[in-house]
Design a protein around this ligand. Sequence first.
Ligand code: FES
Ligand SMILES: [Fe+2]
Length: 350
Amino acid sequence: MSAPVGLYLKNLWYVAFYGGELKKGKLLPKEVLGEKVVFGRTNDNEVFALKDNCPHRGVPLSCGWFDGNRIQCCYHGWEFDRMGVCINIPALAPETNIQVNKIKAPTYPCREINGVIFIYMPDKKLSDQAVLNDLPDLLLAPDKAFKHVERVVLPCNIDHAVIGLIDPAHVTFVHQSWFWRSKKSLRIKEKHFEPEGLGFKMARHTPSSNSKGYKILKGGTSTEITFEIPGFRREHIKIGEDNEIISITTLTPLNETETELNQFFYTTLSVANMLWWPLRKLGRTFIGQDLGIFRKLKAGLENDPKLLLVGEPDAQARWYYELKKQWIKAQEENTPFVNTLKHQTLHWIT
Ligand code: FES
Ligand SMILES: [Fe+2]
């Protein structure tokens, strides 16, 4: 079954795993954009991604054996290297003239940066084609790594997941708690946006004074929030002259009804690194609140309701659909992506 037209964006990078989840000599299967993929890490620390089917009779390669060097299918024992090239067919008698290395399991481009493993999802048939587009900018030097806060599967498609991620108006109702903000402290917000890369940026500003979470960060705090398709939100907080926090939320469609959310965190603040476990718990509480509302949304959507996007609080959701439209057009026409968004100021009450 293929996904509805325009649901998935191709020729883009998606987060597959937090690097620490994929150990040397291990295979991990995962569905990405409805495609079954097997990921692995070799003994020399190279990550790779193959279509999760043996080219012989289609058994998942992830059901086989991997010694950190060769993947062996569990059906007839064919062996493959990390590039998917067949290197041995055990049942072939020695004098045969079959060139086994002509047989290949399709591969996906796969990279690990700053402790995050990405997979590139091409729109054409897999053929080790060139990667057309860059990885998102994680703002970190190559030798720095993110910490992993959480991974959850939201029970909805990528569009609902993205809208939930960039929607300002749910914060008051879904994330109300003593440590963040309460319904009693509502204020009108004015935020300036500009187009940026494959999305838009909320210009650098001083965070809301009604968010207690920010209040503890003394010393001239400012934040800049970027969203880019397919589902990448980056918040860069500067604290004083020397310190920063980078918080990244990524969305990867697993299939039409499930989207994986990953949250990554980096900071130069030694106090935040010391308080990592309570901070992580706080992050997980937030994500748990979103997961809770997405479960309710799933139940609601089963009734096939008509949906609305209304006013400035929903403007970013409309921009998301516009970005998707432009991306799909660029891929179909083989032309460069054009970001058609404009500088704009939005207002909402949260
Ligand atoms: S199906 Fe994999 S070796 Fe036959
Ligand atoms: Fe949320």
